[in-house]
Design a protein around this ligand. Sequence first.
Ligand SMILES: *Cc1c(COP(=O)(O)O)cnc(C)c1O
Length: 388
Amino acid sequence: MNRRDAFPFLRNHPSLVYLDSAATAHKPDSVIEAISQFYTHDYGTVHRAAYRQSLHATELYAEAREAARRFLNAASSDEIVFTRGTTDAINLVAKTFPFEPGDEIVVSKLEHHSNLLPWQMIAKEKGLTLRWIGLQEDGSMDLHLPLTSRTKLVAITHVSNVTGGITPLAEIVKQAKQVGAAVLVDGAQAAVHLPLDVQALGVDFYAFSGHKCYGPTGIGVLYGKEERLAMMGPLQGGGGMVERVGLEESSYEMPPLRFEAGTPMSASAIGLKAALQFMEQRDPAHELKLLDLATKALQEIEGLRILGPLSPKAPILSFSIEKIHPLDLASFLDAKEIAIRSGHLCAQPLMRSFGLEHAARASFALYNTEEDAFRFGEAVHNAVKILR
Ligand SMILES: *Cc1c(COP(=O)(O)O)cnc(C)c1O
């Protein structure tokens, strides 16, 4: 069953076929109402004052952290750091993880730029070496990890934002543990589609964004194992993250507050909690059915190439069609009120591995309908007739 009716944006755009949820998802009433309720009834500064409105707002913020803990099944809510999003979370780890010159970081060629540039930048700054996990013929990850005794961290996506392919994390974690390396997982695409349990996965860090999970922009979560976070210094100095401040030296709060300098994005955290609750109504089979319908419709097209393996995958369909530029295709579909992505999809090294510069991408969420998949398939067929 689709949940289109629960989304005011989609009610206000009744003929829109929105197939770009892998970039950002729309928000249900419950999320918008939770934010509005907070500002209109419960607002106050967090962690700072003794009056009841501030104490109440502080409680609501703590409840949001607890909701994120439960969503990830982390052992403690002290392992949940609120960030601006996945990008912010990965940069936080890159800049505060205790790397020494000569250490190595293993990254895959499937990564979104957000799980690639922070490592490149810190490698330059601290004299670290990046080693690459390549791809197999079908565009899935090669599971022979280039680990050495100097590998300190493996940074890997859980679900590719291009292929939708699901990384076998258990295998990655097993290999990384053998050399004592930490594993950081980019969960930006996985959090909205897969059930998560960071303890069962055995990962050290897990990052995701609220806005791709039907939540607000400007909020994300970094899960970090307690013993890992304890070894990491603060990135920003400011209010809320200090214990005792002297003129020359100060001592810092324990995680997670150590990493949350300044007045926190409390309203977004409360909106995120509502989004995590909303996701309890997820129906992965519905989304995979739409993926299947769309895939089958495209497979009749001559010169079609689907990027990555067909299964197991999240409901993301990236493709190219011979002699048709993805940008032309996306513009053609836009004229029919169908929104898809086109371009390098924030994963240029992966595109290059496929020998492409651009691709088109349709991604499905719980508000999409069979009618959406049908209109998409039909419109791509028409585009091929007209544009070729
Ligand atoms: C979207 C995305 C990111 C970046 O998320 P932001 O919300 O833009 O910080 C990182 N990795 C993957 C796989 C993504 O899809």
